[in-house]
Design a protein around this ligand. Structure first.
Ligand code: URA
Length: 436
C-alpha cells in the first residue's frame, strides 16, 4: 500500500477500506509515514469527510494504537461521561458521587486543564491531600468498595490520537467532524467503559459554536458508538456562559459540594440531574428519565450523594470533613475584588472563553502543560444571563492573591466578557437536545 494513493483516493471523495485506514494509523504511530503525508491526508479528510463506517474504523484503529483498559474486574455496567470542554464545568465532581450513590459504578479517568478550560483532576487536587495517581488494582478495588474513583489519565491511551492531534493543531485541520468524533471516541473506547454519555457543548466557550455543529458532532459520535457496540447517548448543551457561578479549582469544588448538599446554582444542578439520569438508564439502574430523576433527587435530599463524595475524598487521601466544611478546609485567595457593571441593562451572555482566560491570568489555569497552578484563585459570577444590572453593581468577583497588574488585566477581561443589552433576553434552554 502507498500513502500517496490513499491521499489521492480520499481527496477524490472515495471511501477508504478498513485496511487503508489501519495502514495510515499504524504508519503514523510507527513513524513510517512522514508528517507531510499525514498532514495532506488530514486535509483531504477535512474537505472530503468520512462515512460512518470509515469514522468508526478510524476510531477503532486509534483505540487499538495503545493500551486498552480492561474494566472487567469492576462489577456492574461501567458508564463513562465525557464533556467536550467548557468553563466552570465541574459536573464530574457531582455526577461521580451522585450516580454511584444510585448504584452505577464510576471508574473515571480524567485530564488536567490547559488554556481557558479547567480539568477535573486539577479541581480534585485543590482538596488538600487528594491523590489522583492510583495504580490500576487500587483503582478497581476502590470502585468495587465504594462505587467511585476518579484518577488521572495514565498509560499509553490512543497514542495515534496524540500524534494526529498535534499535527491537526498546526495544519488547520482540527475542525473536522469525523476527526473530532474519532479523536474523542477512541480515547473513551480505549478507557474501557461499557456505555458512554457525551455532553457536547456549543457557544462562546465551546469547541462547537452553534447548536447545528454540536448536533452534527453528537450524531457522529453516537454513530461510532453504535458501529462499535458501545451504547452512547449525547446531550447537546449551552455554553454561552460558564456553568454555575464559580470558575477556578477550589471555588468549583465548593460549588460542587453545594449542589451535593441540595443547593444550587440551578443550571449546574439541572444539568447534573439530566446527565446523571442518562447515566442511570445506561447503567441499568433506572427504567426511564423520570424514574432516574426521582432516584437522583432522593440521593441529594437524603445526603447519600454527599456521603459518597466524602467517601471518595477519604479513599483518595483527603479529609472527608471537606464535604461539611469546605470554607475552612479548601484553600482561599487573599482578596475578593469586585468587578462593576459599566451600564444599566440585562445580562445577555457571558463569553465563557474570556472568563476562563481571566481565571487563567489569576493563576487558576495553565498556558503551557507544565505550568504550576494556584488552586485558590478564580472568578465568582454574581450576575448571569437574564439578570438585571445597574451601572456600578457588582457583576463578578475576582479571587486573587494580589491587587496588581494581573488582577487588573483579569478584571478587564471579565468586564468585557459580559454582554449587556437594554431589553431582557429571551430565555433559552440549557439542554438543547438529546441524541441517542
Ligand atoms: N477534543 C478531543 O479530544 N479531540 C478533538 O479533536 C477535539 C477536542
Amino acid at each position: 500500500m502507498r500513502m500517496v494513493e490513499i491521499i489521492r483516493k480520499k481527496r477524490s471523495g472515495a471511501e477508504l477500506s478498513s485496511e487503508e485506514i489501519r495502514f495510515v494509523v499504524e504508519g503514523v504511530v510507527s513513524g513510517a509515514i512522514p508528517d507531510y503525508q499525514t498532514s495532506a491526508w488530514l486535509m483531504a479528510v477535512c474537505f472530503a469527510g468520512m462515512s460512518d463506517r470509515e469514522t468508526a474504523e478510524l476510531t477503532l484503529a486509534m483505540a487499538d494504537s495503545g493500551d486498552r483498559v480492561d474494566l472487567s474486574a469492576i462489577r456492574g455496567v461501567k458508564v463513562d461521561k465525557h464533556s467536550t470542554g467548557g468553563v466552570g464545568d465541574k459536573t464530574t465532581l457531582i455526577l461521580g458521587p451522585m450516580v454511584a450513590a444510585c448504584g452505577v459504578p464510576v471508574a473515571k479517568m480524567s485530564g488536567r486543564g490547559l488554556g481557558h478550560t479547567g480539568g477535573t483532576i486539577d479541581k480534585l487536587e485543590a482538596i488538600p491531600g487528594f491523590r489522583t495517581e492510583l495504580d490500576r488494582e487500587r483503582f478497581f478495588a476502590q470502585v468495587n468498595e465504594i462505587g467511585v474513583s476518579v484518577i488521572g489519565q495514565s498509560g499509553n491511551i490512543a497514542p495515534a490520537d496524540k500524534k494526529l492531534y498535534a499535527l491537526r493543531d498546526v495544519t488547520g485541520t482540527v475542525e473536522s467532524i469525523p476527526l473530532i468524533a474519532s479523536s474523542v471516541m477512541s480515547k473513551k473506547i480505549a478507557a474501557g467503559a461499557d456505555a458512554i454519555l457525551l455532553d457536547v457543548k456549543f457557544g462562546s466557550g465551546a469547541f462547537m459554536k452553534t447548536p447545528e455543529d454540536a448536533r452534527a458532532l453528537a450524531r457522529a459520535m453516537v454513530a461510532i458508538g453504535r458501529e462499535v457496540g458501545r451504547r452512547t447517548v449525547a446531550a447537546i448543551t449551552d455554553m454561552d456562559q460558564p456553568l454555575g457561578r464559580a470558575v477556578g479549582n477550589a471555588l468549583e469544588v465548593r460549588e460542587a459540594i453545594g449542589v451535593l448538599r441540595g443547593e444550587g446554582p440551578d443550571d449546574l444542578r439541572e444539568l447534573c440531574l439530566e446527565l446523571g439520569g442518562h447515566m442511570l438508564v445506561l447503567g441499568g439502574q433506572a427504567e426511564d428519565a423520570a424514574g432516574a430523576r426521582r432516584r437522583l433527587e432522593a440521593a441529594l435530599a437524603s445526603g447519600a450523594a454527599l456521603e459518597k463524595f466524602a467517601a471518595l475524598v477519604k479513599a483518595q487521601g483527603g479529609d472527608p470533613a471537606v464535604a461539611e466544611r469546605p470554607e475552612s478546609l479548601l484553600p482561599q485567595a487573599k482578596l475578593r475584588l469586585p468587578v462593576a457593571a459599566a451600564a444599566d441593562g440585562y445580562v445577555h451572555g457571558i463569553d465563557a472563553e474570556s472568563v476562563g482566560l481571566a481565571a487563567m491570568r489569576l493563576g487558576a489555569g495553565r498556558a503551557a502543560k507544565d505550568d504550576a497552578i494556584d488552586y485558590a484563585v478564580g472568578v465568582e459570577l454574581v450576575r448571569k444571563r437574564g439578570e438585571r444590572v445597574r451601572a456600578g453593581d457588582t457583576l463578578a468577583y475576582l479571587h486573587a492573591q494580589e491587587d496588581g497588574a494581573t488582577a487588573g488585566e483579569a478584571a478587564r477581561l471579565l468586564a468585557a466578557a459580559y454582554r449587556i443589552g437594554g431589553e431582557a433576553p429571551e430565555k433559552r434552554p440549557l439542554i438543547y437536545e438529546i441524541i441517542s
